[in-house]
Design a protein around this ligand. Structure first.
Ligand SMILES: Cc1cc2nc3c(=O)[nH]c(=O)nc-3n(C[C@H](O)[C@H](O)[C@H](O)COP(=O)(O)OP(=O)(O)OC[C@H]3O[C@@H](n4cnc5c(N)ncnc54)[C@H](O)[C@@H]3O)c2cc1C
Length: 380
């Protein structure tokens, strides 16, 4: 029993078949090992219409609800979170354009995104703006028809890749409440004055996480998303909720991949004359891994259900993100133990899942921040 009706199950199965048949775990592993964005898979995904999911038909998309998006992320992550984020992550950023963009911005950026021609990284973080995202210092000053940007962004995943158009949170005013002085700009990554440097991070290796230096970068004012001063509210509202459901769903998908790989290994690895699966201690570990992954999946499905019904899902998605990301860490650590020395090799894939699990409790809001949100939403 997994609470999916026939249509949803068929959708999830079709995405999983695509990953197995048209992408393959070897390709995903190679992209991680060579720190290369999966361009070929990204373009194939666009041809299948995967990038048009959620985008309303009025904007040229295929519509679909958050349930469908969550199931796509879950299925896409069977061989790693980074791959799912590379293919599906642009959608949560693209939805900002659908919700707040002008007709010009939709034509200029949303349409090419759906065709697979451009990518949408999101750049909120800075050296002094991590969990405290409203502390953004990068300045954008209006000068005629442009904004002129100076400052430094940090941890932007995918900013350096070909065709990246960054949604960047910048400061346009110093206001008593620092949240009210922020604005989102749409910033192509090839503007004069931008320097983008890859970071040697533990995870997000295929997408590549970067730091961005901005030295008098001129961004046309027509690239402002929403009103000046609305940036924090755009990002902290719909954007982060959607990002968190994508992260939670990807974490569930990858945790299931880790359980499946560990089980398959335990059944074929012979020690002391029998498969290690026959040792009760290993069987119990596998039982815990599957039980906790099912629990994470149910929390994620609940968040998808609440979101798809149009209600606020702030608490439900924080719970799903918290539990699914911490479970991915636990399950992949147990998977490493079951695989013994073999788990240390890239060919096992488990070491990649393990690394990506470490990122999952940090990106999209740390576990501590998720607990803070859940506590804020609790009522007697
Ligand atoms: C590989 C990678 C990729 C990333 N990709 C992107 C991206 O594409 N775009 C983007 O904008 N950002 C990205 N990030 C940044 C990510 O969102 C931040 O790292 C995250 O929000 C945490 O910020 P921080 O690292 O500055 O940690 P800090 O905020 O400094 O937190 C450090 C520790 O203190 C805790 N802490 C902080 N404040 C509180 C509090 N109020 N209560 C309790 N505990 C607290 C945290 O939970 C954490 O344990 C990425 C990060 C990584 C590592």
């Amino acid at each position: 029993m997994n609470f999916l009706d026939e249509e949803r199950q068929a959708w999830k199965d079709s995405v999983r078949r695509w990953v197995d048949r048209d992408v393959g775990r070897e390709y995903i592993r190679k992209c991680d090992m060579t720190r290369t964005f999966p361009f070929e898979a990204y373009e194939k995904a666009a041809k299948l219409g995967y990038h048009s999911l959620l985008v309303p038909e009025a904007d040229g998309g295929d519509g679909g609800d958050i349930w469908a998006y969550a199931l796509m992320c879950e299925a896409m992550a069977c061989y790693g979170v980074d791959f799912a984020v590379a293919i599906c992550g642009g959608i949560f950023t693209a939805m900002n354009l659908s919700l707040h963009g002008t007709e010009y911005q939709k034509k200029q950026f949303l349409q090419p995104f759906m065709r697979g021609e451009i990518r949408f990284p999101i750049s909120m973080s800075e050296p002094n703006a991590g969990s405290d995202v409203a502390n953004v210092q990068t300045r954008a000053v209006r000068d005629g028809d442009d904004y002129v940007l100076n400052g430094q962004k940090l941890w932007c995943s995918g900013a350096g890749n070909r065709g990246a158009v960054i949604l960047m949170l910048v400061r346009t005013a110093q206001t008593p409440d620092k949240r009210n002085g922020l604005t989102v700009l749409i910033v192509p990554n090839d503007l004069p004055g931008m320097t983008i440097r890859p970071l040697n991070t533990l995870a997000r290796r295929s997408i590549t996480t970067t730091e961005i230096f901005l030295d008098n970068v001129r961004v046309p004012a027509v690239n402002r998303l929403g009103e000046e001063g609305q940036g924090f509210h755009i990002i902290a509202g719909e954007h982060l909720a959607l990002e968190r459901i994508a992260v939670a769903a990807s974490n569930v998908g990858n945790a299931q991949g880790a359980v499946d790989d560990a089980l398959a290994y335990a059944k074929q690895r012979i020690q002391f004359g029998k498969p290690i699966y026959e040792f009760q201690v290993i069987r119990h570990m596998l039982a815990d891994m599957q039980t906790n992954t099912d629990a994470a999946r149910l929390l994620m499905y609940r968040a998808a259900e609440v979101a798809s019904s149009g209600q606020s899902y702030r608490k439900e998605v924080a719970m799903a993100k918290l539990f699914a990301s911490e479970n991915l860490q636990t399950v992949t650590r147990q998977g490493m133990q079951i695989m013994g020395g073999h788990g240390m090799l890239p060919e096992s894939d488990m070491e990649r899942y393990f690394r990506e699990g470490m990122q999952s409790t940090i990106g999209g809001g740390t576990s501590q921040i998720q607990r803070t949100i859940i506590a804020q939403e609790m009522r007697v």
